[in-house]
Design a protein around this ligand. Structure first.
Ligand SMILES: C[S@@+](CC[C@H](N)C(=O)[O-])C[C@H]1O[C@@H](n2cnc3c(N)ncnc32)[C@H](O)[C@@H]1O
Length: 418
């Protein structure tokens, strides 16, 4: 089946939706809302690649297949929840989880492949998932204590048959016996998820493949061999859901792709019981904790916009360490917080895209652009007139939408990513 449907999601608060949509429309993009998620949009006109749009460059949209949005939406962690994403790169689902749990929640994203870990970190930075941290483990061996997580997303490597439109060779590459190692790994990961979950906690297991072995049979394994309870998932509006290929599987979602989007399989599982999560002993970290009161930083910055946590200097990189990560991650695990900028002595310079450090109300020094043309000019290297007073970096906004920090030289604003 040919899937020509292109979808993306907005990365902003509800109140900023009009500004992001205006930014897109002013560059000639047309789109319509998707019924299953208030932030999802269906692309209808693309005058140039959507990935090159200003909204995308500033991390205010994320291009993602609509079916791939379902697993985190089905896990549906509440605001403030802590979530483990066991197979995270490139971070498309981590990004949704980070949004769902909000500023006071936390997502730990695990990805063993070095290259894919770099991509994951890049994407999390782009969408400013400040409430996340990353680790690099084969998640079946991740050294986290048992019973510590109330929400887990498990989106393991699979044969990818649901993506044949994008990867026409997926079916030849992963057929017959060749899928056996994948099936074994998926089972190990499911067993580990069971161990890591707090009794009463939930995991969503998902694949972008269509065969029964990696889908319903894995659900059956999880229920019959591991002791999970099957959770009945709601029918997402606007999707065609096929009948499961095994009996007694009410509430699993076999997304057949005929409504557009990839073929996907999503199932919800609950660890029986009821208990509070157990947290490990923690230990001092390497790196140097920074005292915000002693830092020299541009006046445009508003550190109070950050969630609870600490700022650390790790070899010149200013890393934000979320309080949940500090409380939940044991001393033997290697993890990375969220990079906010550079630090030299006591001088902090924000990353140009670190919009989380901006106040909602622009400071007097800020550059507030009212039209996308000026923003495009600035972003392409042209300078814009600035008042001679004050120095950069200053806050950059499109209307009330926070974008990042732009440099200033004399009486010109200059965009620089250095
Ligand atoms: C289907 S992709 C995940 C897609 C991701 N959840 C997203 O939505 O952006 C599976 C990922 O699992 C990673 N992976 C492979 N072996 C793994 C293991 N043993 N533990 C955890 N992740 C693994 C792969 O490198 C790949 O990035």
């Amino acid at each position: 089946m040919i899937n020509n449907l292109r979808t993306f999601r907005l990365v902003c608060s509800e109140k900023d939706i009009p500004a992001v949509e205006e930014l897109l429309r002013s560059q000639g993009f047309e789109f319509s809302p998707e019924p299953f998620y208030s932030m999802a949009r269906r692309l209808e006109k693309e005058p140039f690649p959507l990935g090159d749009s200003l909204a995308s460059r500033f991390g205010r949209i994320y291009i993602q297949d609509r079916s791939s949005m379902l697993p985190p939406l089905m896990l549906n962690p509440p605001k403030g929840a802590k979530v483990l994403d066991m197979c995270a790169s490139p971070g498309s689902k981590t990004g949704i989880l980070a949004r769902l749990v909000g500023r006071d929640g936390f997502v730990l994203a695990s990805e063993p492949s070095k290259d894919r870990l770099a991509l994951l970190r890049q994407n999390l930075r782009r969408v400013q998932a400040i409430n996340s941290a990353t680790v690099s483990y084969e998640s079946q061996k991740i050294p986290l204590p048992s019973n510590g997580w109330e929400y887990i997303l498990l989106d393991p490597p699979c044969s990818g048959w649901g993506t044949i439109n994008k990867n026409p060779k997926a079916m030849d590459l992963w057929s017959g016996e060749k899928t056996l190692p994948l099936i074994a790994l998926q089972r190990q990961l499911l067993a580990k998820a069971f161990d890591l979950l707090t009794p009463g906690g939930n995991v969503v297991y998902s694949t972008c493949t269509t065969n029964v072995q990696e889908n319903e049979e894995q659900t059956r394994f999880a229920v019959e061999e591991l002791g999970f309870e099957l959770v009945r998932l709601p029918h997402p509006e606007g999707f065609t859901i096929a009948e499961p290929l095994l009996p007694n599987m009410d509430g699993v979602l076999r997304v057949d792709g005929s409504g557009g989007g990839q073929g996907f399989y999503v199932c919800g599982l609950r660890k029986p019981g009821n208990a509070e999560p157990e947290y490990p002993e923690t230990a001092p970290l390497p790196g140097q904790k920074l005292n915000l009161k002693k830092l020299d930083y541009p006046e445009a910055i508003d550190f109070s916009a950050l969630p609870d946590g600490e700022l650390y200097d790790f070899k010149g990189k200013a890393m934000f360490l979320n309080r949940h990560a500090l409380n939940m991650l044991p001393p033997n695990i290697r993890w990375q917080g969220y990079p906010l900028g550079k630090i030299s002595g006591n001088k902090f310079r924000p990353n140009p895209f670190a919009r989380t450090l901006l106040p909602e109300t622009p400071a007097e020094s800020a550059l507030v652009l009212e039209n996308a043309e000026d923003l495009a000019k600035l972003f392409s290297g042209q300078s814009l007139t600035a008042p001679a007073k004050g120095k950069g970096p200053v806050g950059l906004y499109f209307k009330q939408l926070l974008l990042g920090f732009t440099g200033k030289k004399g009486s010109r604003f200059i965009w620089t990513e250095k």
